[in-house]
Design a protein around this ligand. Structure first.
Ligand SMILES: *Cc1c(COP(=O)(O)O)cnc(C)c1O
Length: 405
């Protein structure tokens, strides 16, 4: 099974910033400086015997880009280096990475404990697996006791969470939850999309598997879809690779190249976007029209101390609640902030260098219904900002247009 044995990261001793631009490079005979794009679906062999050796796994090498591709491999090796993972496999989207993990780890009769505040499509995917006999229990992200209480001994196989959560930026205590998982022989899977390896490396904090939607911060400029699964070589090569090469959600080599270039600037983008977010969050907290700001980098965040311990910065996502006397006036006030903005982009996406603003109750969280929204804290006055690289003064001025009236 193990046809891509774990390689030691030759740059492991170097800083993250260095690895972000250098890891995974394998130069061809032409000595190119920038990473080449191998836009080819298949690879040729020198002889029938070599073809046979490749197919049997006797000889290492490329066969077909659904299985592996040099540009995709460079992206995988670089991301593995940043996450401190033994192995990485890239996928066509974040959702196909999550699908691969679910297919690799679960069978009919198994049980999953999942954070109640995960990406909507992730919960839909887990619920879809109900059809195949997989049951899921949703628990509050921050309640470690609830994770433990939800375990069905011998049946629960997987804990699944995102931290910070979307949109309220709640933090999971990774060490505490991974200790519960270990005690019960359950694997902990962490979606590290919001923090990226620049802010937090869940594998070093007890997680078994990390998944990414590379579509967000890893690309960082809103161009392509992509995803990745990271973990031990035994798990990735033994369990995830057979699923991916058979099911086929392969990352396009071109998209892999775009994402590879995204990784090069990820540390500087994250650092600046987090600094901008902190400045905007502090400004929002001082506005009379704002009832509450959720941002892990603020001292007012209920889990500020945990966030400081676990992440190197607060991230670039802010949620805030505008004042309103009732649901209708709160929604009107929130929509006014969006509609008066001239610079911010009105879009559900996040992780871009362009700041985006979203009204979760009427968009990303519309489909879950009013009761589930209330349970998730997604009120009518709530707005989500994904802060980009514009000047924080311009972002605040743009928000002020709709807040002051
Ligand atoms: C967007 C997103 C996903 C899904 O990723 P796609 O690339 O859109 O398939 C999964 N998890 C989180 C946290 C996301 O924000």
């Amino acid at each position: 099974m193990n046809d891509h044995p774990a390689k030691q990261d030759p740059l492991a001793a170097l800083a993250l910033e260095t690895r972000a631009v250098r890891a995974g490079i394998e130069r061809t005979q032409f000595g190119e400086h920038a990473e080449p794009v191998f836009l080819t679906s298949s690879f040729v062999f020198e002889s029938a015997a070599q073809a046979a050796a490749r197919f049997s796994g006797e000889e290492e090498g490329f066969i077909y880009s659904r299985f592996s591709n040099p540009t995709v491999r460079t992206f995988q090796d670089r991301l593995a280096s940043l996450e401190g993972a033994e192995a990485c496999l890239a996928t066509a989207s974040g959702m196909s990475a999550i699908l691969a993990v679910v297919m690799a780890l679960l069978e009919g009769g198994d049980h999953v404990v999942c954070s109640a505040s995960v990406f909507g499509a992730t919960a839909q995917l887990l619920n879809m697996f109900g059809r195949y006999g997989v049951q899921t229990t949703y628990v509050p992200l921050g309640d470690v006791g609830a994770w433990e209480a939800a375990v069905r001994p011998g049946v629960t196989r997987l804990f699944y969470l995102e931290t910070p959560s979307n949109p309220l930026t709640e933090i999971a205590d990774l060490e505490a939850i991974s200790a519960v998982a270990r005690r019960h022989g359950v694997r902990l899977v962490v979606d590290n999309c919001f923090s990226t390896p620049v802010l937090q490396r869940p594998l070093a904090q007890g997680a078994d598997v990390v998944v990414h939607s590379a579509t967000k911060y890893i690309d960082g400029q809103g161009r392509v879809l992509g995803g990745a699964v990271l973990g031990s070589a035994a798990f990735i090569d033994g369990a995830v690779l057979p699923v991916l090469r058979t099911a086929g959600p392969a990352l396009s080599p071109f998209n892999a190249w775009v994402l590879l270039k995204g990784l090069e600037t990820l540390p500087v983008r994250m650092e600046k976007q987090c600094a901008n977010a902190l400045a905007v969050a502090r400004w929002l907290e001082a506005q009379p029209g704002v009832e509450r700001v959720f941002y892990p980098g603020l001292e007012s965040h209920p889990q500020h101390a945990l966030a400081r311990r676990q992440q190197s910065a607060g991230g670039a996502i802010i949620a805030f609640v505008v004042k309103g006397d009732d649901d209708a006036s709160a929604r009107a006030a929130a929509w006014r902030v969006i509609d008066r903005a001239r610079v911010l982009s009105i879009t559900g996406n996040l992780g871009d260098v362009k700041t985006t603003i979203t009204h979760p109750a009427s968009t990303t969280h519309h489909r879950i219904g009013p009761e589930a929204r209330r349970a998730a804290g997604v009120t009518e006055g709530l707005l989500r900002l994904a802060v980009g690289l514009e000047s924080p003064e311009d972002i605040c001025a743009d928000l002020a247009r709709g807040l002051t009236c």
